[in-house]
Design a protein around this ligand. Structure first.
Ligand code: 3HC
Length: 726
């Protein structure tokens, strides 16, 4: 609703009220309209202030409405016009946030005052839409085309001080914003308002408008990577430069409706809520976010200052958690320290108040040591040494003896068994996996892995740590590769099998990049380094000296195996770092990949050697084999209780593996393709490749199909139901 009151003798105050973020539901909109009409009709009211309850203006339209069957909620534009037409001055008092429709309401007001800590933006693009309440037409008239394009096509939040510079707000205050707005409204009584009505203003012209727009369109398209909304946002803003206000608004509505009915908006809105849903974690034994409280982390330590450790230290410093970085000797320590300092300098440059805010030259905030004793008083340790069980166990055993009894012990691992690591400590209930993604100070995902003995408090603390570091924590169970890497394995495996059968690395990458992945599997492998997987396969006895003599080249443990990546490693082709991998690079450490004729002839010799008939593989088969194998593994993960819902898998893939967000994550994508279609294709490919178990459809997928292909929200409820069709 919206509360109507008197702020001063002649000023009516309309307060938007819909906790927690004052989303503009139909009820709120109705109450806003009623309030405006009441103020208009009352001759003793001479001015109006609009504000929001609980220090938040509004987060915009209620996003849930867009996926409801009625899809109403677009009555906002006419209400904003009503605000603007008012003969009595209307002042917006912006506290906290004014986003989407919330900011559009403020743009309809004649004046805007913001609290210094407020943030404003039009983030509709991030949920697959565009500002659909006349915002694409008013904002350019207020702050000009370049700034409006930036704000609308990126959806970024603009801090109040920047908003003032841009002319988005008229005043920034540090005191009570609503009182300041009431004072301003009182002063404005009786003053002319014509020039304050944005719909009546022209869009400020640029000397080179056409060239500017065509350049901007190219940039928007490049950034969008297949996502429709940024380009349609652009078109709506362009309309503002070409059409009178009313026609521009019509164009905006038309474009908005295209987006609203597109699958992309549905996927992006699903992703928005999925990210919030994973915060509410549960485990199969009944532990949950509801009953577990996190412990405060006042000081942390990171062991190992390699690539991962450096990023983790940087994330902790940015989160203002005092941290100790530890290395095995002075030489490694100095290299690590220099690298961390460089990362922090760069991060500080990106921040508004830079180095002062991070304060990383202060030893109370950031300390480096080779002495484990320094870790006696830390509340939490993150071990980030390389993936070696024996080494990790040695470290955890030592930590368990040195750290105070309440301290939490986290291991940054992408695959190793958390229980085995915990078993060497005197506190397995406080041991947890924290799988960061490289570069750890940039990537948002944190896979949080509980072991058999991990306590709910430990999970809650790790989740709280993720939040403080501005990461998305996703709680998952303990199995080889956890969720992310376990699903990745069948995907990359199919990619390599496709090379054996006839594709080239660039063919496979192109199909997956066209689908929307930031980077295809072979470019990814070159970036990460082929030697990483090679080491792991040697440890598993799949290749190298421990392989039993006489093992067939393309078979392991009775199933199909491709030695292609091992053969490349044997030739020293580790990827970007050596200048050669699945592609060639301009130099060792180079980043620009070029298809490599050497690889093409190597692949054809390989096929000759193993008597594989090269065949043409179309895009559909490449996409389906890679993605459906990954999705099938996802269904197994759900059935085993390793993740508590499909949104967990989707949040992991969007935030850690470059899955295109506008396709909602692999499990959401599966629901859009239709489970019966996926099952049929997997059955077909599995018949063609009986020696590849990863192509055999998951039993849970089969069950869901037998149950009539229920919607994604209902999948988990079918886990233990009997199916008489199976
Ligand atoms: N509609 C419905 N629910 C919303 C919402 C919205 N616009 N914004 C937030 N919520 C809900 C969240 O789902 C969450 O619900 P939960 O507690 O049940 O999980 C709750 O409000 C709190 O949100 P957060 O957990 O995200 O709280 P934060 O403090 O971390 O962030 C925020 C607050 C910055 C406002 C963030 O929620 C956000 O970015 N919201 C979306 C803003 C947005 O996209 N607005 C545009 C809407 S579309 C529109 O206005 C169309 C118009 O042009 C016609």
């Amino acid at each position: 609703m919206a509360q109507y009151a008197r702020g001063a003798a002649a000023v009516a105050v309309i307060r938007l009220r819909n906790p927690p973020v004052n989303a503009l539901s139909l009820t709120v909109l109705q109450a806003l309209e009623d309030g405006l009409k009441r103020a208009d009709a009352d001759p003793s009211v001479k001015a109006v202030t609009i504000c929001g309850e609980n220090g938040k203006f509004s987060a915009g339209a209620d996003i849930r409405v867009f996926s409801s069957p009625k899809k109403q909620g677009l009555g906002l534009g006419p209400i904003i016009s009503l605000i603007e037409r008012s003969e009595k001055p209307v002042v917006a008092a912006i506290e906290g946030i004014a986003l989407g429709g919330g900011l559009e309401v403020a743009l309809g007001c004649h004046y805007r005052i913001a609290h210094v800590q407020a943030r404003m933006g039009l983030p509709e693009v991030t949920i697959g839409l565009l500002p659909g309440a006349e915002g694409t037409q008013r904002l350019p008239r207020l702050i000009g085309i370049p700034a409006a394009l930036d704000i609308i096509t990126t959806g970024r939040h603009v801090p109040a001080t920047e908003a003032l510079k841009l002319g988005l707000v008229d005043e920034v205050v540090e005191e009570n914003t609503v009182e300041a707005a009431i004072r301003l409204a009182t002063k404005l009584i009786g003053q002319p308002l014509g020039h304050r009505r944005l719909s009546l203003r022209p869009v400020p012209r640029l000397p080179n408008m056409e060239a500017f727009l065509s350049d901007a369109l190219m940039k928007v398209k490049k950034r969008a990577q297949g996502c429709l909304a940024p380009e349609l946002c652009f078109q709506a803003i362009k309309a503002a430069t070409e059409l009178p206000f009313a026609d521009g608004v019509r164009k905006e509505r038309e474009l908005f409706n295209i987006l609203l009915t597109s699958g992309q908006a549905k996927a992006l809105q699903y992703a928005f809520f999925a990210e919030r849903a994973v915060e509410k974690w549960t485990t199969p034994n009944g532990a949950s976010w509801k009953s577990a409280s996190p412990q405060p982390i006042r000081k942390a330590a990171v062991i190992g200052l390699g690539t991962m450790g450096r990023g983790i230290v940087t994330s902790l410093v940015k989160a203002k958690i005092p941290v100790v970085g530890l290395e095995q000797d002075l030489e490694y320590l100095n290299t690590g320290r220099k690298a961390v300092m460089l990362l922090l300098e760069r991060e500080a440059m990106k921040m508004e108040q830079g180095a002062q805010t991070l304060d990383f030259h202060n030893p109370a905030r950031l300390q480096f040591t080779v002495d484990f004793d320094v870790l006696r008083d830390v509340d939490l340790v993150i071990e980030a040494v390389f993936e070696n069980m024996a080494l990790k166990k040695e470290i955890f055993n030592k930590l368990s003896r040195i750290c105070k009894p309440e301290a939490f012990l986290c291991t940054n691992t992408s695959a190793l068994n958390i229980d085995e690591i915990a078993s060497v400590t005197n506190r397995p209930q406080q041991v947890i996996g924290t799988h960061f993604f490289s570069p750890a100070h940039v990537m948002r995902l944190l896979e949080i892995i509980y072991g058999r003995h991990t306590s709910p408090t430990t999970i809650a603390t790790a989740m709280q740590l993720a939040k403080v570091m501005k990461k998305v924590g996703v709680v998952v169970g303990n199995c080889f590769g956890f969720v992310g890497n376990r699903m990745m394995f069948p995907y990359t495996q199919q990619a390599v099998f496709l090379l054996e059968e006839g594709s080239r690395p660039e063919d496979v990458d192109r199909v997956l990049e066209d689908f929307g992945f930031k980077i295809g599997p072979f470019r990814m492998s070159d970036l990460a380094g082929l030697d990483v997987g090679w080491r792991s396969r040697k440890d598993q006895g799949l290749t190298g000296p421990s392989l039993a003599p006489g093992t067939p080249a393309r078979q392991r443990r009775g199933y199909r195996y491709s030695p292609l990546p091992d053969l490349l490693c044997e030739k020293g082709r580790f990827g970007q770092k050596t200048g050669k991998g699945w592609y060639q690079y301009e130099k060792a450490g180079g980043r620009i990949s070029k298809p490599d004729p050497w690889i093409h002839s190597f692949l054809s010799e390989y096929r000759d050697t193993h008597q594989i008939k090269t065949r043409f593989i179309d895009q559909e088969e490449i996409l389906e084999r890679c993605l459906f194998a990954l999705i099938s593994e996802g269904f197994d993960i759900l059935a085993e209780g390793i993740a508590s819902g499909p949104e967990h898998l989707d949040v992991i893939y969007i935030n850690g593996y470059g899955w295109p967000k506008h396709r909602g994550g692999p499990m959401f994508y599966a629901s859009t393709v239709g489970l019966p279609n996926i099952l049929a294709k997997l059955q077909k490919y599995s018949e063609m490749h009986p020696d590849v178990p990863q192509l055999r459809p998951s039993a849970f997928l089969k069950k869901l199909v037998a149950m009539g292909n229920p919607p994604l929200n209902d999948w988990m409820s079918y886990l233990h139901r009997q199916s008489n069709k199976l």
